[in-house]
Write a protein that binds this ligand. Structure first.
Ligand SMILES: CC(C)(COP(=O)(O)OP(=O)(O)OC[C@H]1O[C@@H](n2cnc3c(N)ncnc32)[C@H](O)[C@@H]1OP(=O)(O)O)[C@@H](O)C(=O)NCCC(=O)NCCS
Length: 183
């Protein structure tokens, strides 16, 4: 499904359009994900993992757009994609139908200006409306900004996957498991 289009204004007045990226935006999503992977170590991929596959992204965005429950919350300045958030069913099996997984990233230059909180608020409202009972995510233990924002938006930390990530410098990071359980 696709969310209803809406606007967000940065503190300097610049207008951001929030809508759902679809298969037609696959190249923008690919470039965004490659850029955000290079900007911090907080994403799953390193640039050395290679380029993302455009056909695969097109297929995934197409199936999310057609899905009744999965959706994207995407932020654009003009035509440029600068924020990417996806909410997807964890597994299509009966025992998992109440659980959604959320992943998100914003280009560094647009972080710290409330956009992430705004996108999260939309995502949680839509997830509830789509029948999910909880939204889950994993975050790097040293991603203080993300952990702060997620807690502010109602997520709690329920667990930890030790040494989930090994960085290029040989150091490890734990993954913190968080969930927002709607009650
Ligand atoms: C994590 C991310 C999505 C948050 O979005 P954002 O637009 O930067 O977040 P917001 O501006 O809405 O909110 C950030 C909050 O963190 C706070 N914050 C900023 N730096 C912080 C730090 N080092 N430690 C703790 N809190 C911090 C801000 O004060 C703000 O809190 P407040 O609203 O209570 O004042 C975004 O920064 C991002 O995409 N970062 C790079 C990729 C990434 O980390 N993705 C998440 C993977 S799990």
């Amino acid at each position: 499904m696709r969310i209803k289009e809406q606007k967000y204004f940065l503190p300097d007045g610049r207008e951001i359009t929030i809508k759902s990226a679809g298969p037609e935006d696959a190249l923008k999503v690919k470039l965004h994900r490659e850029a955000t992977s290079a900007e911090t170590h907080f994403m799953a991929r390193e640039p050395e993992d290679g380029q993302l596959n455009l056909d695969k992204i097109t297929e995934i965005l197409g199936s999310i757009a057609k899905s009744e429950r999965d959706f994207m919350v995407s932020a654009y300045i003009g035509d440029e994609l600068i924020g990417d958030l996806g909410v997807t069913l964890i597994r299509p099996h009966l025992k998992y139908l109440h659980r959604a997984y959320l992943g998100m990233s914003i280009r560094q230059e647009y972080t710290g200006m409330g956009l992430g909180s705004f996108m999260m608020q939309i995502a949680l409202g839509q997830a509830k409306a789509n029948g999910f009972e909880q939204v889950e995510l994993g975050v790097y233990s040293d991603n203080d900004r993300a952990r702060h924002m997620y807690k502010k938006m109602g997520f709690k930390e329920y667990g930890m996957n030790p040494r989930a990530f090994k960085l290029k410098d040989g150091t490890y990071r734990d993954e913190i498991i968080m969930a927002n359980i709607f009650e």
